[in-house]
Every structure is written in C-alpha cells, then in structure tokens.
Design a protein around this ligand. Structure first.
Ligand code: SF4
Length: 117
C-alpha cells in the first residue's frame, strides 16, 4: 500500500464515526421514469455537479475503500437526486453516484423495482 492510500486505524475509525447525511431521495421514481426516456444521456443537471472539481479517486474507490469523502460531497450536491436517478436508470455499476455506492444502488434498484430494459 502506498503512502497516498494508506490510512491509520485511528483515522479509519474516525471516518467510520463521522455521519454522512443521506442524499434526499424524494421524487426519485418520477425522475427515473423521465430519465428512462433519455437513457445514457447526462442531462444539464450534470453541469451543476458538486464533484466536477473533486478528486475522481474518491468517487471510484477500490473495493472496500473509503466512500465517505465522496458521500460528503454528494450530500451537499444540488443535483444529487438527478445524479442518482441517472445511475439507477442506466444501471451504472461503478463509483459513487447520488451519494450511494454500487451495492447501495443495487439495493435501491430492488427497493424501487426498477426493471432493466
Ligand atoms: S450527487 Fe455526487 S456524484 Fe452525483 S453529481 Fe453530485 S457530487 Fe457528483
């Protein structure tokens, strides 16, 4: 493990204890149904993405890596619902989108029973 990616156990514990407010997901199903018509097209919302200047590695961590830094950015993002709806509608498999990890999005897809087309 190189110096850039290593984190001390104390810092890891601190990261785990720091709560990240979940992204507001109200109206998600309606957004998804709208986005389904324009699958694989990032909308104008993406121009307001809070992560445009963020470290991409934070949003695409290795398996089991820290997702909190990205989720903190997402929690303040004005287009988090649109981003999550896009990722769910297009079954984006990697990275943090709309404040959710890949696994969390799979669970959300099941919860919303989004069908792949
Ligand atoms: S919700 Fe997160 S990943 Fe999506 S655009 Fe906003 S900051 Fe980027």
């Amino acid at each position: 493990m190189d110096e850039k990616t290593s984190t001390s156990p104390e810092v890891e514990a601190d990261i785990e204890r720091t709560p990240v407010e979940p992204v507001e997901q109200e109206g998600l199903e309606q957004l998804i149904s709208q986005l389904d018509k324009t699958r694989a097209v990032l909308g104008e919302w993406s121009l307001q993405a809070q992560c445009l200047d963020a470290d991409p590695e934070a949003f695409f961590p290795e398996r089991g890596g820290n997702t909190r830094d990205a989720k903190r950015v997402c929690a303040k993002c004005p287009v988090a619902r649109e981003c999550l709806a896009y990722a769910l509608a297009n079954e984006v498999r990697f990275g943090i989108w709309g404040g959710l990890s890949e696994r969390e999005r799979r669970m959300k897809r099941r919860e919303l029973q989004i069908k792949a087309s």
